[in-house]
Design a protein around this ligand. Sequence first.
Ligand SMILES: *[C@@H]1O[C@H](CO)[C@@H](O)[C@H](O)[C@H]1NC(C)=O
Ligand SMILES: *[C@@H]1O[C@H](CO)[C@@H](O)[C@H](O)[C@H]1NC(C)=O
Ligand SMILES: *[C@@H]1O[C@H](CO)[C@@H](O)[C@H](O)[C@H]1NC(C)=O
Ligand SMILES: *[C@@H]1O[C@H](CO)[C@@H](O)[C@H](O)[C@H]1NC(C)=O
Ligand SMILES: *[C@@H]1O[C@H](CO)[C@@H](O)[C@H](O)[C@H]1NC(C)=O
Ligand SMILES: *[C@@H]1O[C@H](CO)[C@@H](O)[C@H](O)[C@H]1NC(C)=O
Ligand SMILES: *[C@@H]1O[C@H](CO)[C@@H](O)[C@H](O)[C@H]1NC(C)=O
Ligand SMILES: *[C@@H]1O[C@H](CO)[C@@H](O)[C@H](O)[C@H]1NC(C)=O
Length: 623
Amino acid sequence: MVALTLLALAPLALASYSSNLVYRSPSVNHPQLAIPIHRVHRRSLHSVAHHLRKRQEVPMDPLGPFPQEAAPSTGDEGYVKYAGADWSNAEYIYSGSVNFTHSVASGDPDDKSLLIWTRAEPTQIAAVDVPVCVSYAVYTTADASGTPVTSGTAYTSYDVDFTVKVEATGLNALSLYYYQFANCANSTEKSPIGRGRTAPGADTPVDQVGTQRFAVYSCSNLPFGFFNAYGGPVRKESVDYVIHLGDYIYEYKNGDYGNGTSIGRVPLPDKEIATVSDYRTRIAQYRADPDLQENHRIFSWYTIWDDHDVADQAWKAGTANTNDTAFGCSILGVCFSDRKASAVRAWHEWQPMRQIAADDKLRIWHNIEFGKLFDLSLLDTRNYDRDITDLYYDTDYIGMLSATEEARTLMGKDQEDWFYSTLDASVARGATWRIVGQQIVFGALNYTGLGTSETFDFDAWDGYRANRNRFLQHIYDNSIDNVIVLSGDSHANWVFEASLTKVLGLNSSDTRGQLVEFAGTAVSSPSPFGQTLPLNTSAIVSEFLVAANPDLLWSEGFYRGYYELHVSAQNVTANFFALPDILTRNSNEFQSGSFAVLAGTNQVQRPAGGGVVAAGALQAGGY
Ligand SMILES: *[C@@H]1O[C@H](CO)[C@@H](O)[C@H](O)[C@H]1NC(C)=O
Ligand SMILES: *[C@@H]1O[C@H](CO)[C@@H](O)[C@H](O)[C@H]1NC(C)=O
Ligand SMILES: *[C@@H]1O[C@H](CO)[C@@H](O)[C@H](O)[C@H]1NC(C)=O
Ligand SMILES: *[C@@H]1O[C@H](CO)[C@@H](O)[C@H](O)[C@H]1NC(C)=O
Ligand SMILES: *[C@@H]1O[C@H](CO)[C@@H](O)[C@H](O)[C@H]1NC(C)=O
Ligand SMILES: *[C@@H]1O[C@H](CO)[C@@H](O)[C@H](O)[C@H]1NC(C)=O
Ligand SMILES: *[C@@H]1O[C@H](CO)[C@@H](O)[C@H](O)[C@H]1NC(C)=O
Ligand SMILES: *[C@@H]1O[C@H](CO)[C@@H](O)[C@H](O)[C@H]1NC(C)=O
């Protein structure tokens, strides 16, 4: 029987489904966050059997009714025998043409593997009950010619928005690769060629690792402007990898936070997003931006999420306008837990990042050993296990908790324990630097006297002082040197030196366990100093803030942009780039400041910024 033959081949087809990691989105062990591939496969078989029965080739449908799906499509052109004409060796796949709608992307490289991504949308929508099949191949040649280093096939379907995420394995450390996808049914239909780069092996000596360059981004908001910041390193070919610290998308309806009408960037769908379909549509729209798309195509990314990747002021049990109470569910018609699961699922479909632990549905925190040069620890201070944050109606209460509550946590105990042991292991294995990529501003930033009601941002580490002290205590007690913290979230540039003694207001000349923080401005989200504040007034705000906060070496709040981080055995240097105009797509940028940390010093090289910055205000006196 035909249908039985198809069933017998199930394991073969299932391998092509399971090589596409997005069906896990991200955890097979959590039904809300995974698509059961057996069910997708069974639907496909059912559709084929139904089709063949209509052609009188099978007398009946042996699989029985499949109640939850729409009527299968019709039309012979929808199916091809993929592995040959002999049915004993055949599977059915979509045979029409495929559109690689969002180019390609790569990410989460380690020394042996790289995740590669594409989206393969069938252009003949009639035939989507069977899988779309793409082949992939990874090469060492820029034109994707010659014998591939690794290759395979992967299935995708509407269940996962036609996204494809494959782990390319068996790669060499610290090497450039080129990869391409093609339609299995018509190999002349190919994706653009992507470029990716693996990380060094854990034991690679520093002189072999050399200097590694990263572009560091946060807070890209479509209606507020063009993503010129993503285009900078593409045009300059100036980095090796990209780090995105979150707020890759924003959840708002047009006009609620940014109105993109006049620049043709109205967010889709035209509402505040809450369902999996909403999040997919929004991410797809952002990823259609040509500068973002090209950045993904030529650089391998390490991406973590912040609040807006779910919704404003996210913490473990809610956001500013959603939670799991009857009222919190009523505002958008979706409860917080479902909204978060939808955001997480779509994020994993679109971001070439790994599923870290099969049993841990939310875990994105992990560490990459970049040879003996550094460890890159990527944290989740936002969505994993954060205690209650400032939700606007509870600011005073959170302010009180931030100063008094010893158990307060941003990361949760599992992650926090893992983080400290990762720092210890980094020292033990002889890595020069410990670079911590995380979401929110770390340094103490006292706004009192600025004329705003705000005194501190309680949604940043300032709202979780006990947690900040535990981290600083750990590096103080263990004399852990060369710690660099990277932050986003705030839409302004900050360079801080923070240590236990400084944040406790004790001996400020004791630099033991002191770290340096480089916090970067937004790709396009507006300044926290005020959306329309002019340059001169913005500089006055910065002057006030550096005067009020002695550990703040540089403040700059006018420009949108990004920074490039250069890491070598001798120093870590952050070069900040400012974009004068994001209301048109253009390539204008200038370096607004450059700050170096020499290995072993735990402080910014003096004079900070070389004593000269092109914007904002430097700490005065003694610097
Ligand atoms: C392919 O997708 C792109 C991006 O969505 C779209 O602009 C283009 O029209 C599509 N091409 C075809 C042939 O469907
Ligand atoms: C394969 O795709 C190419 C490019 O889209 C198209 O010109 C050609 O007709 C297709 N071949 C078949 C057999 O469908
Ligand atoms: C957005 O701005 C346009 C003018 O550019 C205005 O007509 C429209 O009403 C605004 N939309 C919202 C939702 O505020
Ligand atoms: C739930 O959210 C609503 C709407 O923002 C808010 O008024 C309410 O206090 C929240 N309840 C809890 C328990 O967080
Ligand atoms: C913040 O600054 C104000 C004004 O200088 C000061 O009174 C207050 O003690 C500071 N707060 C903290 C926690 O340092
Ligand atoms: C402050 O720290 C410096 C550097 O560690 C040390 O030399 C000095 O004795 C400390 N002063 C006090 C009062 O603890
Ligand atoms: C800033 O510049 C504008 C335009 O040149 C001027 O009108 C304004 O007075 C300046 N503000 C300050 C605080 O210097
Ligand atoms: C940082 O190290 C690099 C590589 O050794 C070197 O070229 C550069 O001059 C150093 N920068 C500073 C400020 O020491």
